[in-house]
Design a protein around this ligand. Structure first.
Ligand SMILES: [Zn+2]
Length: 380
């Protein structure tokens, strides 16, 4: 893994890398000197990117800088102020209700100075220079589904893929959302032509059904591979069209790049109450859902790795299967072989054939392998 540091002030397309925010401590103290809001207890308590402050304020003045969730009175909201100088505290609504009239000392020991934007990049070489891009955001403190689940899945995917033979090369990006993807694209524009398929992975550990958001192009191999896996999973799923709203697919699929990058999530960001709150935690994310998302991601990648286009070398009428010892196969395999033979005309890939026949991709692949061994196919 390479950690890249890009300095504050650098222009990246229409954006500028912001100053770097660091924080050591923050609190709100009541007149008895008690910390009624304490950054040490949860790093969500401070409005992210708060400017440093130390002053005494009335409760009314303090309340203008407090954020809570009346509908979920135990939860602490996650709030940011990236591009506007501000300070504030996030707290549970119960905490807010307990604040009595009086003077409060507010203290935020932060720095907002020139520094760097940091992102991680991990590359795996395959037989081909063409790449599969896997991108996740790593910028929300303490949030488990909307942040860490994507990082976790991508990390385990990288570990797994590093141990197997790969047709494609892989590039894993661990970036601050939006500005990180914009920065990577700006600094690596020349490499984007190698990206054959891509996935943004985020929000993959909640109990909701698996959701695939198509690339802007809409009918790329990644879109069809993901749809195939979900359709044959036997479980409920959702496939949604591209929209310019969401996570970093917005940047990869901006019209100037228009990369074949889709997004894998479970419940969409913003559509579950735990989103951007302290309740997006290890109780909300469960290993069985994270594991399921991992398996489905791997199944999508397996299709991309195995998808080939063949040409039938015995295209004038069906070949005689019994002559080649191919008649003893199961009915399903026999059917799959007939589909592969008929549509291996150089313009249908195995995934096309799987979709057209409504047979599972792995069955089509094993049929193609048998036919290849008997000399009935050649790769295009
Ligand atoms: Zn978020």
């Amino acid at each position: 893994m390479v950690s890249h540091e890009v300095p504050s002030g650098k222009r990246v397309f229409d954006w500028t890398i912001p100053r770097e925010w660091n924080i050591r401590d923050a609190y709100v103290k009541n007149s008895k000197g008690e910390r009624v809001v304490d950054f040490g207890k949860s790093n969500l308590h401070v409005l992210n990117y708060s400017i440093p402050i130390r002053k005494t304020v009335s409760l009314a003045a303090l309340k203008e800088h407090l954020y809570s969730l009346p509908d979920y009175p135990d939860w602490i909201p996650y709030k940011t102020s990236y591009y506007k100088d501000n300070w504030g505290f996030c707290l549970s609504h119960n905490q807010l209700m307990r604040l009595e009239e009086g003077e409060y000392e507010v203290f935020i020991d932060s720095t907002l100075e020139n520094g760097h934007l940091t992102y991680g990049e991990y590359s795996l070489r395959g037989q081909q220079t063409e790449e599969i891009l896997v991108s996740c955001h790593a910028c929300h403190p303490s949030l488990c589904n909307d942040n860490l689940s994507g990082v976790g899945l991508a990390t385990f995917l990288a570990i797994f893929l590093s141990s197997i033979r790969r047709r494609y090369s892989y590039r894993f990006l661990f970036l601050p959302g939006t500005i990180g993807a914009i920065t990577w694209l700006c600094l690596n524009e020349g490499k984007t032509s190698n990206i054959k398929h891509g996935l943004v992975i985020t929000g993959v550990g909640d109990p909701g059904k698996i959701t695939y958001k198509k690339s802007r192009l809409g009918n790329e191999e990644i879109d069809r591979a993901a749809a195939h896996v979900l359709r044959h999973s036997g479980e409920d799923f959702k496939i949604i069209d591209f929209s310019p709203y969401g996570y970093d697919e917005r940047q990869y699929c901006s019209p100037g790049f228009n990369l074949p990058v889709g997004r894998l999530s479970r419940t969409r960001g913003g559509e579950y109450p735990e989103y951007h709150t302290s309740a997006d935690n290890l109780d909300f994310v469960q290993s069985k859902f994270l594991g399921d998302s991992f398996e489905k991601t791997l199944a999508i990648i397996d299709i991309l790795e195995s998808n080939r286009t063949y040409v039938n070398l015995n295209a004038k009428c069906e070949p005689q299967m019994s002559k080649r010892g191919l008649d003893s196969e199961s009915k399903a395999t026999h059917l799959a072989m007939q589909w592969v033979l008929n549509f291996s005309d150089g313009s249908h890939s195995l995934l096309d054939i799987a979709d057209r026949s409504n047979l599972r991709f792995d069955l089509i692949v094993s049929a193609a392998e048998m036919l290849l061994r008997k000399g009935l196919l050649r790769e295009l």
